[in-house]
Design a protein around this ligand. Structure first.
Ligand code: NAD
Ligand code: MG
Length: 391
């Protein structure tokens, strides 16, 4: 049977890569709904090509503009304008699978809606899991949803683990998340204070959204991924390790108790984990070029330098602190990265904002979506106050 797919954040980097894979398999996937924040013309073009039943924009002004343009082009897609429109397209009975590709905590509510409705949830939006933690996993369990990781490292680990989840705890010693090291891996750390947003977004191997690009430069992306792995694979934080691997050919590895390591390899192309998520447990063509071992130079590995990447260790610290602390860290980082991209703070001040916000906000065990959203808001206010101190 054809899979009916909603894409949350279809105009972004993951969203467009998803549509690229979907377009290769018109007999297997139908697009049910698409959504975007502000890019009306990009979403209009996607509606013309993929004919979704519904489209959602983040503001009513953009939604009205899209509705007018759809009508002018005689396209049948209906624009949903309700406050909870994203939740509706994530949990609608006509949907089988949801690609969560919104950036930031803004994606949490629709992810929870998809989880509670028992959908197949393809999770790129790591911030939603970092903020949601146990609440997110409970919704997956209670809704009977299937949670499939799209982040390339987590897809690699998912593919390298035994299928029987019940055996992970006794068979697996630890997992190794690989990290590219970003654009500043070899730059003199003393010069990091002067980097510009464009320099920070120039990732060596991927073109991605600006937020995750900055996160890759600070390695806060890896910090968020450590937290994401803790929840996805139910591993104690000390069983999650990080190693720098600049070529990004090995996408992550699992070390078993007998010292054997199983890794997943391939060209760095997000269409691979997207195709894995769409088809699992089957396999479908992704459009990515296979690895050419004859052309491949050396694979190298390095330890992450704490002076260059002080943010990485905030993940283990947040996981060891009171429940909800990872939501505080995520909110601080979203505020700090936005301030850096607006040139309101320096690159090295992102870490200062994150650390100070962790110290300023003590969560009180948020165990529901409203509690998490309130904590997110409180943390953003605290982080904004830290940003203001630097101005
Ligand atoms: P992006 O900025 O390119 O795209 C984000 C999408 O979300 C866009 O379609 C945008 O319109 C939409 N959006 C943003 N804010 C929104 C809001 N408030 N409400 C509704 N829609 C909103 O980002 P991306 O690089 O595609 O990343 C998306 C997610 O996937 C992030 O969580 C990122 O960490 C994760 N991820 C991305 C990559 C990658 O290669 N790009 C790899 C792994 C994980
Ligand atoms: Mg990743």
């Amino acid at each position: 049977m054809k899979q009916r797919l909603t894409i949350l954040g279809s105009t972004g980097s993951i969203g467009t890569n998803t549509l690229d894979v979907v377009a290769r398999h018109p007999d297997q996937v139908d697009i049910f709904a698409l959504s975007a924040a502000t890019r009306v013309d990009a979403l209009l073009a996607q509606c013309a090509r993929f004919k979704p039943r519904y489209a959602v924009m983040a503001s009513s002004a953009h939604a009205r503009e899209l509705a007018e343009k759809l009508k002018a082009n005689s396209l049948p897609t209906q624009v949903l304008q309700a406050q909870d429109a994203l939740e509706q397209i994530a949990s609608h009975e006509g949907v089988d699978a949801v690609m969560a590709a919104i950036v930031g905590a803004a994606g949490l509510a629709p992810c929870l809606a998809a989880a509670r409705a028992g959908k197949r949830l393809l999770l790129a939006n790591k911030e939603a899991l970092v903020v949601g933690g146990e609440v997110f996993l409970r919704a997956v369990r209670e809704g009977g949803a299937t949670l499939l990781p799209i982040d390339s490292e987590h897809s690699a680990i998912f593919q390298s683990l035994p299928e029987d989840r019940a055996t992970w705890a006794r068979r697996v010693d630890h997992i190794l998340l690989t990290a590219s090291g970003g654009p500043f891996r070899t730059r003199d750390p003393a010069t990091l204070r002067s980097v510009t947003p464009d320099e920070a977004c120039a990732h060596p191997n991927f073109v991605m959204g600006r937020k995750i690009s900055v996160d890759s430069a600070t390695m806060m992306n890896k910090a968020l991924e450590v937290i994401e792995a803790r929840w996805l694979f139910d591993l104690a934080p000390d069983r999650i390790r990080v190693v720098i691997h600049p070529q990004q050919i090995i996408h992550s590895m699992v070390q078993y108790v007998d010292a054997s390591i199983i890794a997943q390899l391939g060209t760095p192309d997000m269409r691979v984990p997207i195709a894995v998520g769409l088809a699992w447990p089957e396999r479908i063509a992704s459009g990515a070029a296979p690895l050419d071992f004859a052309q491949m130079a050396a694979l190298t590995f390095e330890e992450a330098d704490e002076r260059r990447f002080p943010g990485l260790h905030l993940s283990w610290r947040a996981l060891a602190a009171a429940p909800g602390t990872t939501a505080v860290l995520n909110a601080a980082n979203e505020v700090a990265v936005a301030a850096f991209l607006q040139r309101r703070i320096r690159f090295d001040q992102i870490h200062a904002v994150n650390r100070a916000t962790l110290e300023a906000v003590t969560p009180s065990n948020p165990d529901s979506l409203p509690a998490l959203l309130a904590l997110d808001e409180r943390s953003r206010a605290a982080a904004s106050a830290q940003v203001a101190r630097f101005q």
